[in-house]
Design a binder for this molecule. Structure first.
Ligand code: 13P
Length: 222
């Protein structure tokens, strides 16, 4: 089986103590070569969680990025903020970010030219800006159907395969090979079937990633 990427998006489920405690538990997690694990805590705890996990191969990534420049961007997160604390990747345009921000994808125009790695979330294929993507640096896509997020209603493997293979064939016509993750109510009971598909390069896990035992089961299911 090729390498799979497992990302835990902690959203805003965890406070400071809980985030630190989960990070300490994760520091004991032994991952296999064929698994790449990333976690995304609340921005306020990024630095501390990153330091706790600095000796592991778990990558800590940001939940959002609003500006590549340091500028008047009240409440935003800039590239400088992330780089100063050694965070080298961000989620972009998560469906929950889309509720707050008018055009969360606009950051791509700033970060693609400078090659800052990101995980672009999409709910519909038409939201993927194919022409702006390249494989000069690591871009990851994540298909997250809105009706599957936090609802316990996972998309069927048939549906996931259909969307992922459609996106993969569009990417391949552009000469691109970009991993595509699935997200939406992934849990220990459904992850095995989802991750077994060749069309699925990994999973983006929300709720289940905030509980160590559940996340560990998902990571170890491969
Ligand atoms: P749930 O796994 O809680 O459905 O969340 C999915 C998600 O939005 C991950 O980014």
């Amino acid at each position: 089986m090729k390498q799979k990427i497992i990302i835990g998006n902690w959203k805003n489920y965890l406070g400071h103590k809980e985030s630190v405690s989960l990070a300490h538990s994760l520091s004991e997690l032994v991952t296999k070569d064929r698994t790449r694990v990333m976690v995304s805590p609340n921005h306020l705890y990024l630095n501390e969680v990153n330091q706790i996990l600095s000796t592991t191969n778990i990558e800590v990534i940001s939940q959002n990025l609003t500006s590549a420049e340091s500028k008047s961007d009240t409440g935003g997160i800039t590239l400088k903020n992330l780089k100063e604390i050694n965070i080298n990747r961000s989620l972009v345009a998560h469906s929950e970010t889309r509720i707050r921000e008018k055009n969360p994808q606009s950051i791509l125009l700033e970060i693609i030219p400078i090659g800052f790695p990101f995980v672009l979330c999409f709910e519909e294929i038409k939201q993927i800006p194919f022409n702006t993507l390249n494989d000069d640096f690591e871009i990851i896509l994540a298909y997250e159907p809105i009706w599957a997020i936090g609802t316990g209603e996972t998309a069927s493997i048939g549906h996931i395969n259909e969307i992922h293979s459609d996106v993969k064939s569009k990417l391949s016509k552009l000469g691109l090979n970009i991993p595509i993750l699935y997200g939406g109510s992934v849990n220990p009971s459904n992850c095995k079937e989802i991750l077994a598909s060749d069309n699925v390069d990994g999973v983006l896990v929300g709720g289940a990633s905030t509980k160590y035992d559940l996340f560990k089961e998902i990571v170890n299911s491969i």
